[in-house]
Design a protein around this ligand. Structure first.
Ligand SMILES: [Zn+2]
Ligand SMILES: [Zn+2]
Length: 273
């Protein structure tokens, strides 16, 4: 199996991460990475100074020129401003927030309490109704953001290992998920296999879970492998396990982004074996 030496889902102190961009790049270089993509959050509950972000990542690109291909991406949310980071070189299209009429933005991954309140107030405590609404919103993520790839597809299960509010083998859960997935695959947008929750010990399975990942392959979907890292120790967290999971689900390659000779960002397939 090949070592995975690239990550495109990287948070820093400029949003909600613990390390500076420089510390992340140094860690990537230590690990022998060839590519590192930063993906600052631009969410309503996480403030990031976008000009400062552009400046710092721009400087790093110069500093690591010839050693590490650094890309400046952004992680956007399906519900919020798609044009808030016009200079970003790629976009992760994520669905954290539900489209409900509330005073504060309500996300599915903030806390168990918020999730319960969200479901109680807007879905009459019916978690299947909530997850169906989640996937219906997520199915629009490409139309809304024209994202480069879809972030943590089944984030709605963020607290499911502890709370068991959804039976992920129940068709009421997985049918709406598969519908959204098939729709997005038909639009030609790749998905990430996100190891973040597993490497932080929050979940047993990656996003998407094995069942959904298998179906992603059957639909003809493409994958990136990313760590959704918030602290440098996890930059390549569970990458070997993710590669094994991808192989088991039928994938023989994953994808990376890189600058070509003209400085344009292009996608390239890399074999898993
Ligand atoms: Zn996210
Ligand atoms: Zn993220």
């Amino acid at each position: 199996m090949q070592k995975i030496l690239a990550n495109y889902h990287t948070h820093t102190v400029l949003c909600d991460g613990k390390n500076t961009p420089l510390e992340m790049a140094q860690r990537a270089a230590e690990l022998g990475f060839t590519h590192l993509g930063f993906s600052g959050h631009m969410d309503p509950d996480i403030h990031m100074e976008i000009q400062e972000y552009y400046r710092q990542i721009g400087l790093l690109k110069e500093q690591f020129k010839g050693k590490l291909d650094i890309l400046m991406g952004v992680e956007l949310d399906a519900l919020y401003d798609p044009d808030c980071a016009p200079q970003a070189e790629y976009i992760i299209g994520s669905t954290h927030f539900m489209d409900v009429d509330s005073e504060i933005p309500m996300s599915v991954d903030n806390s168990e309490e918020m999730l319960a309140a969200l479901c109680h107030e807007f879905y009459a405590d019916d978690y299947y109704a909530m997850s169906k609404a989640y996937y219906e919103l997520e199915a629009t993520v490409y139309d809304r953001l024209h994202c480069t790839f879809v972030g943590h597809f089944d984030l709605i299960t963020r607290f499911n290992d502890s709370l068991h509010f959804l039976d992920e083998t129940d068709p009421r859960y997985y049918m709406p998920a598969l519908e959204a997935m098939e729709h997005l695959v038909k639009q030609g947008v790749p998905f990430e296999l996100n190891t973040g929750a597993v490497s932080r010990g929050r979940k047993k399975e990656f996003y998407p879970n094995n069942y959904l990942l298998k179906n992603l392959h059957e639909f003809g979907g493409e994958i990136f492998i990313s760590s959704d890292v918030h602290q440098r120790e996890h930059l390549n967290g569970c990458f070997d396990e993710a590669a094994r999971a991808a192989l088991l689900c039928g994938f023989d390659h994953y994808n990376i982004l890189e600058h070509d000779g003209t400085g344009k960002v292009v996608m390239r397939e890399v074999p898993l074996r």
